[in-house]
Design a binder for this molecule. Structure first.
Ligand SMILES: O=C(O)c1cc(=O)[nH]c(=O)n1[C@@H]1O[C@H](COP(=O)(O)O)[C@@H](O)[C@H]1O
Length: 274
């Protein structure tokens, strides 16, 4: 087993800064970079991005959807992108948002979190809305292989609030139940392999994150209106665990390498909140 994900992340963030760059080759972006929107175009954009920014970025988050929509050729391209990320010494957080009954979840876990997986990543995004307990096979494999999972908690999109802020009979919100289950899992394992996804677009934090020591992915920077400068105010003491994530905000600067580096520099410098 390699070092636990949380520890590898902390070491990389200490050296490269606290930022996650999303690899989301949208059709309009791929065309603006001068390519057709096919498996080849998506691969060129993604691999150029990783090639240019690789040494300065601790975590890349490829969005699987943009590769999956090109079928087997797109999936093969995704495999090469994951390989490039590893070559650059960065971590790959594959955004697949998987979630299913436990027996099926174990196959998804095997697809991304086992050492011999074709699409092995350092971490994946998962959905807890079939019940946090249904994620157990992914959590178990992540612990075994030193990988991580990020559990959707309070997402950046406006449609998420109704479901995620709904209350249990006890009065606790559904999203808070996710936080509590993640915290308990981390405390029991001592690995902090379970992270949370909490959107940078939230007006206020309607969650108690005290004692949560896993990584908190905060997508929604830039194109969705969130800003790195606001994260200290939004997350307070938990800000030290926050990994802000931006995709289009960086990628739209390409394909010029200097422009990509400038866009990345503008995103770095997250307040610690400590
Ligand atoms: O899990 C995610 O990464 C995610 C969660 C969330 O709450 N909101 C969210 O936007 N995302 C993903 O983060 C990326 C956002 O892209 P940009 O808006 O271009 O930075 C997309 O790949 C989304 O699927």
């Amino acid at each position: 087993m390699s070092l636990p994900y949380r520890r590898r992340l902390a070491e990389l963030v200490a050296g490269r800064g606290r930022i996650c760059v999303g690899v989301d080759p949208h059709e309009n972006l791929v065309r603006a970079w001068g390519y057709d929107f096919d498996a080849d175009g998506v691969e060129r954009v993604a691999r150029t991005l990783v090639d240019v920014l690789g040494p300065e970025v601790p975590v890349f988050k490829p969005q699987a959807a943009f590769f999956e929509c090109h079928g087997p050729a797109g999936m093969a391209a995704l495999g090469r992108v994951l390989g490039d990320i590893a070559q650059a010494g960065a971590l790959s957080l594959l955004d697949v948002k998987r979630g299913d009954i436990g027996s099926t979840m174990s196959a998804y876990a095997r697809a991304y979190l086992s050492d011999d997986a074709v699409l092995a990543a350092d971490a994946i995004t998962v959905s807890p809305y079939l019940g946090f307990g249904s994620l157990a096979p992914a959590i178990e494999l992540a612990h075994q292989t030193g990988r991580g999972i990020y559990v959707l908690c309070r997402t950046s999109n406006p449609e998420g609030a109704g479901l995620q802020s709904a209350r249990e009979e006890s009065g606790r919100s559904v999203a808070q139940a996710v936080v509590d289950a993640a915290r308990e899992t981390n405390e029991a394992s001592g690995q902090d392999a379970v992270g949370l996804v909490i959107g940078a677009t939230l007006e206020t934090l309607d969650l108690d994150l005290d004692g949560f020591a896993g990584s908190i992915l905060a997508p929604g920077i830039g194109s969705q209106g969130g800003s790195v400068a606001q994260l200290g105010r939004l997350f307070g003491r938990a800000a030290e665990h926050v990994l802000p994530s931006a995709s289009r905000q960086v990628m739209k600067a390409g394909p010029d390498a200097n422009a990509l580096r400038t866009a990345l520099d503008m995103l770095k410098g997250v307040p610690t909140g400590a």
